[in-house]
Write a protein that binds this ligand. Structure first.
Ligand code: HEM
Length: 87
């Protein structure tokens, strides 16, 4: 939702992330490739049209603005992470 909150089991909230939610460094790959499998209620499709810079900006927005986690992803980190995304 606009504030990052989710919808019950359907869409996970992104505004109550903490360091242990999931491996935050995976977020660039989740955005690029999506998430979930046939067991998921709803699968997240990848947003392949987004550039590295756009993904980097979204990650920093979600971490800092939505979750006040003072974590900064540099564009280099995002580019490196996206290179290793497991398809
Ligand atoms: C740039 C925008 C987006 C970001 C940053 C984002 C980020 C994420 C992250 C970090 C997760 C994992 C959450 C967790 O494990 O706690 C996730 C899961 C999910 N997202 Fe997204 N997402 C985006 C767009 C979307 C869109 C457009 C949809 C659907 C219309 C969507 C649907 C889902 C679903 C259904 C899951 C759960 C998948 C599963 O666990 O099986 N997401 N998203």
């Amino acid at each position: 939702m606009p504030d990052g909150s989710g919808v019950n089991e359907l869409y996970p909230s992104l505004n109550n992330l903490d360091q242990n939610s999931f491996n935050l460094s995976e977020m660039p790959c989740i955005i690029r490739n999506g998430l979930g499998n046939e067991l998921s209620l709803i699968q997240m499709s990848g947003l392949e049209h987004l550039s590295e810079v756009e993904i980097n900006n979204i990650v920093n927005y979600v971490l800092n603005d939505m979750n006040n986690l003072s974590l900064e992803f540099t564009i280099q980190q995002t580019e490196e992470t996206l290179k290793d995304c497991s398809e």
